[in-house]
Design a protein around this ligand. Sequence first.
Ligand SMILES: Nc1nc2c(c(=O)[nH]1)N[C@H]1C(S)=C(S)[C@@H](COP(=O)(O)O)O[C@H]1N2
Ligand SMILES: [Mo]
Length: 279
Amino acid sequence: MDGEQAITRLIRRADDVRKAEAARRDPSLARAEAEELLQEARERVDDLPPGPRRDELTAQVTRRIGDIDREELETMLVPTPGVTRAPTTVEDPRRVPPGQHLTPGWPVLHVGRAPEVADPEAWRVVVTGRVERRLDLTLAELRGLPTVTVTSDLHCVTAWSRLDNAWTGVPVAEVLDRAHARPEASHAVVAGHPAYTANLDLPALREPDVLLAWAHDGRPLDRAHGGPLRLVVPSRYGWKSVKWVTEIRLTDRDVPGYWEERGYHDVADPWREQRFRDD
Ligand SMILES: Nc1nc2c(c(=O)[nH]1)N[C@H]1C(S)=C(S)[C@@H](COP(=O)(O)O)O[C@H]1N2
Ligand SMILES: [Mo]
């Protein structure tokens, strides 16, 4: 059987599994089964010669995996207490990047567990690596730096987007100005609790809407969403917005972070759909 036929068969089987889902006792099991078939299809698609047919099959597989991820996430939706916002129903292509859908709530997404924080004001972030001056700042000290509120959108690679988040915090550029990047500093690895990292190039990190944020929509940031302190990088998929941020380490080369090591895209621009490496 030729490669394309095998792929369309895998896709059809995945669709069948999903259709039978309603009758099943455990829909998440059916989703896992379908996702496995689709992952196999994806691997085979990668082996096809480049061209419109491969692009078309890639799109078919990606769309289905996105649907499954979204359904999984819907089972995890956590409303933010006290925050009421008008539900956005229109998917404006100028606001919502390709392949993304608006989420009515605000999913909580992270690997591992949120940290226990006895004294939020004592939360520390260090700026290390290729800097002239190493910084060690508590949240209380960060509040003393120029503070801004910037409204921006959060786009998770699992295909949900949450628009109009009013983040309050200090621009990372303000912090870096105080640490003085050395001439050879080109990138940063940002670390967060418990052992999470994400890499960014320095120009991206210095954009004016990139913040170390402690408040969201006028309220202290929920612990689940990265409180007391998280990074916010609106121009990149959400995995670069490190929650419970502990360190910004400047490097003289690009060092992949947690998800980048696992096949996710180095840059991660949602407008260019840079979800996975080589996309
Ligand atoms: N420390 C830490 N930060 C993290 C993550 C994580 O696993 N650990 N996940 C990232 C991902 S994939 C996304 S989409 C956002 C989600 O933020 P939210 O939980 O506030 O919606 O956090 C990012 N920051
Ligand atoms: Mo994400």
